[in-house]
Design a protein around this ligand. Structure first.
Ligand code: NAD
Ligand code: TYD
Length: 354
């Protein structure tokens, strides 16, 4: 049996592929365009594995997706591929529209054609799992209840609007064509192999480099944080037991203001890698101009996935952030190659690309 994962060289997709291959006998076909966010060095431990087939390509390339489906006959497709960084979406939204909306549409069309021709048992068992975000629900005030699956969509950034559009397309393909689709809307992830443009890895690498730790605005924006391995276990659970057509919110029950996150990272670094002069890394915190349209608060109500599928996160924020800081300290080469751009050569120099 095989699954097709898209975006499996990115942060969450790669963590998912590594966990999947460690925990199951099934193979993975990994389709990734290798944008700046795709990093095959993350998957270096899979070199030579017959159960991992990497294909460099675009989810929007209908012919490629159709031929991969025909050749490998996956029992499920998991769509992680996306442009994912809010700040980039504010500066240049075009790629977000192309990949998150048009790409998802083309993927849906290719999967619909493949699924339509499956024989009855395979057709019933097939799943398309679409990985989405809590940002589609918009921003909460301090006293609002957390997002449930029925919260209205109110996306505020080009990123979240493009993800919302993809969620709507996915929903429509279930409703109209009966495609057996599962959607997960997850809160902010953190953990190993996170590209240092996002808050937590950026703070770790900047702190260690003696650089400023830029906190947008007053730093009191709140996010819910989930350790990436917990997101991967939630996706596996939804794939196994989720009901087609349903949406599952995934979160860590860990709402934190950004400034607290940055102080926690600094405190862990003070403990694990104290500065020679004895000063705290927190002296590097700098307030910078706020992000335009910055959402104030996200919070996930993850009761449905717990109640219906028995999933709960394994990590607390304290255990997950400690593991994360330890991972970055133990993997300076991965960080250095991301910073130098050398990771982009990995595909040519180290890896056999199908
Ligand atoms: P990422 O930016 O780290 O990785 C995205 C991957 O998709 C990269 O490997 C990139 O090369 C690939 N990709 C981009 N465009 C592609 C295309 N057209 N065709 C094929 N591959 C393409 O993102 P991530 O943080 O791993 O997020 C994965 C998914 O999870 C996204 O759909 C994102 O919206 C969602 N999500 C992320 C978070 C988070 O906190 N990071 C939270 C909730 C949901
Ligand atoms: P980010 O990791 O970009 O995720 P998202 O915008 O998808 O939630 O940012 C998390 C929070 O941290 C968000 O409120 C913006 C803030 N932030 C900073 O304050 N400074 C930074 O340098 C970055 C990248 C983010």
């Amino acid at each position: 049996m095989t699954i097709l994962v898209t975006g499996g060289a990115g942060f969450i997709g790669a963590n998912f592929v590594l966990d999947w291959l460690a925990q199951s006998d099934e193979s993975v076909i990994n389709l990734d365009k290798l944008t700046y966010a795709g990093n095959l060095e993350t998957l270096a431990s899979l070199q030579g594995s017959a159960r991992h087939v990497f294909v460099q390509g675009d989810i929007g390339d209908a012919d490629l997706v159709a031929s991969l489906l025909a050749q490998h006959r996956p029992r499920a497709v998991l769509n992680f591929a996306a442009e994912s960084h809010v700040d980039r979406s504010i500066h240049s939204p075009e790629d977000f529209i192309q990949t998150n909306i048009v790409g998802t549409f083309r993927l849906l069309e290719a999967v619909r054609a493949y699924w339509g021709n499956l024989e009855s048992a395979a057709k019933t068992a097939f799943r398309l799992l679409h990985v989405s975000t809590d940002e589609v629900y918009g921003s909460l005030s301090a006293s609002d209840p957390a997002f449930t699956e029925t919260h209205r969509y109110e996306p505020n950034s080009p990123y979240s609007a493009s993800k919302a559009a993809s969620d709507h397309l996915v929903r429509a393909y279930h409703h109209t064509y009966g495609l057996p689709i599962l959607t997960t809307n997850c809160s902010n992830n953190y953990g190993p192999y996170h590209f240092p443009e996002k808050l937590i890895p950026l703070m770790i690498v900047n702190a260690l480099a003696g650089k400023a730790l830029p906190v947008y605005g007053d730093g009191l924006q709140v996010r819910d944080w989930l350790y990436v391995k917990d997101h991967c276990s939630a996706i596996r659970r939804v794939l196994d037991a989720g009901k087609p057509g349903e949406v599952y919110n995934v979160g860590g029950w860990n709402e934190k203001p950004n400034i607290d996150i940055v102080h926690t990272v600094c405190a862990l670094l003070d403990e694990m890698r104290p500065k020679a002069d004895g000063a705290s890394y927190s002296t590097q915190i700098t307030s910078v101009k706020d992000r335009p349209g910055h959402d104030r608060r996200y919070a996930i109500d993850a009761s449905k996935i717990e109640r219906e599928l028995g999933w709960k996160p394994a990590e607390t924020f304290d255990s997950g952030i400690r593991k994360t800081v330890q991972w970055y300290l133990a993997n300076p080469e991965w960080v250095a190659h991301v910073q130098s751009g050398a990771y982009r050569e990995w595909v040519q120099t180290q890896y056999a690309v199908a």
